[in-house]
Ligand binder design. Structure first.
Ligand code: HEC
Ligand code: HEC
Length: 384
């Protein structure tokens, strides 16, 4: 709704409480997802940000249809000529003031809602395909999941670009009409000419939305609040990988029993053929044990593609390569290249092969992103 300047003004409710709660929680969800997007150790928090964002979008699409006066999509569905007229007005210094969204702002909002939806959908594809989690788990291949990641990132950064544009618009309009629009999104109120209809507050629904948001965060992150040093919390527990007692006993004596999914079958075959010369040690296993362990290793090797690591490992080694050392593979080196020397030399890690020092699920072999924790180094170890 357009207004003309009028000295006879009073404050009316423009943004109902659910719309305001939606707006600020959306900021929280998006910001959380953005700042945790770079480091896969925080994937769990990233995914929460995404779920929060998705739930809020779903709410907003419903509220856009049935919400209060200025929250309804219909109330700010302007055509393109109105947008250009508004922008021209801005340049000429005489843009009209709108009580609800202005035409340019409304286009930015529809674009953000649409982009947000695409970000959520591609995020779920990546989560299901690459990480084997979420509602699409099992429906999407690793390859598609990984390929979609770049699209997901591109969309998310485009969304960020729109957010910046939206902010510029808000600041510009605030200055232009000498009214604080950010404050209006907090209080819900704006000055309007007498007689301008206000919106219903819908306070109960707004409080409920806020409560649901807080409760979802609490239930999702609750594990971190109850974790102890003895049982650190491990989010993202996927299906258990195959296990074998004979293998654990024969291969877990000197080091972690490296799960078969970490190397291809041909590597395990070679390693077991040469078990009398295992990295300088004679394992001295009898024939029966060798057979059982070899069968287990070969059957559950990286080719079976049970984890992201298995899939990545197979992608990164040539068809004729038979690596015996996990830490010498291209994939392993790539994943760990950013970890400083201080960690490898520290008392708590000591060897690269000591996966359990940093991966809480090393024993199970799943190597989930959110189960990685770099140990705290002592002061003397932190010095270069
Ligand atoms: C007698 C001790 C001993 C036993 C038992 C043993 N290993 Fe090892 N293993 C070693 C040593 C020593 C190394 C070299 C570690 C290093 O270089 O840091 C090694 C390294 C490895 C590596 C390479 C790890 C890396 O750093 O990338 C794999 C894989 C491995 N062993 C698999 C097995 C399997 C499978 C079995 C069971 C059949 C087994 N080991 C049993 C002593 C043992
Ligand atoms: C000093 C700590 C440390 C040790 C020891 C370590 N890792 Fe890691 N690992 C990490 C960190 C940190 C990351 C995450 C790197 C990143 O994404 O930026 C990682 C990433 C990975 C990943 C990729 C996970 C994913 O889904 O992105 C795999 C697989 C992995 N490590 C396997 C191993 C194996 C196998 C060993 C033992 C042979 C090992 N790591 C030893 C710290 C360690």
């Amino acid at each position: 709704m357009k207004t003309t300047d009028n000295s006879d003004r009073s404050a009316i409710i423009v943004w109902d409480l659910p719309t305001r709660v939606f707006h600020w929680l959306l900021v929280v969800g998006f910001a959380l997802a953005l700042i945790t997007s770079d480091d896969s150790r925080y994937l769990y928090a990233h995914v929460y940000g995404g779920y929060l964002f998705a739930g809020l979008l779903a709410f907003r699409f419903i509220w856009g249809a049935v919400g209060s006066r200025y929250a309804k999509f219909r109330s700010f569905a302007y055509d393109w000529p109105s947008v250009t007229a508004y922008l021209k007005g801005l340049i000429n210094g005489q843009a009209s003031r709108y009580i609800g969204h202005n035409p340019a702002g409304s286009w930015a909002i529809f674009a953000m809602l649409l982009l947000g939806l695409l970000v959520v959908i591609t995020g779920l594809v990546v989560l299901g395909g690459e990480e084997r989690h979420g509602p699409l788990n099992g429906l999407i291949s690793f390859k598609v999941g990984k390929g979609t990641k770049e699209i997901h990132e591109l969309l998310a950064w485009s969304m960020f670009g729109l957010v910046v544009l939206h902010l510029c618009g808000v600041i510009l309009e605030s200055v232009f009409h000498k009214e604080n629009l950010i404050w209006a999104m907090i209080t819900g109120r704006k000055e309007a000419a007498a007689g301008t209809p206000g919106a219903a507050g819908h306070h109960l629904l707004g409080v409920t939305l806020l409560f649901v948001g807080a409760a979802s965060a609490l239930s999702y992150f609750h594990g971190y609040l109850v974790e102890t040093a003895d049982s650190p919390y491990r989010p993202f527990r996927g299906p258990q990988l195959p296990d074998n007692a004979v293998w654990r006993e024969a291969c877990g004596e000197c080091h972690l029993a490296y799960h078969p999914n970490l190397l291809p079958a041909r590597s395990w075959q070679l390693m077991m053929d040469e078990q009398a010369e295992h990295f300088g040690d004679d394992l001295g296993l009898d024939e029966e044990t060798v057979k059982e362990v070899t069968d287990f290793l070969v059957k559950n090797a990286a080719e079976a593609g049970m984890t992201e690591a298995a899939w990545e490992m197979m992608e990164s080694i040539g068809p004729d390569e038979k690596p015996l050392s996990i830490v010498e593979t291209k994939y392993w080196k790539h994943e760990h290249k950013e970890i400083s020397d201080a960690y490898w030399k520290s008392e708590k890690v000591r060897a690269k092969g000591n996966c359990a020092a940093c991966h809480l699920d090393a024993k199970e072999g799943t190597f989930e992103d959110s189960s990685m924790r770099l140990p705290d180094l002592s002061k003397s170890e932190r010095k270069p």
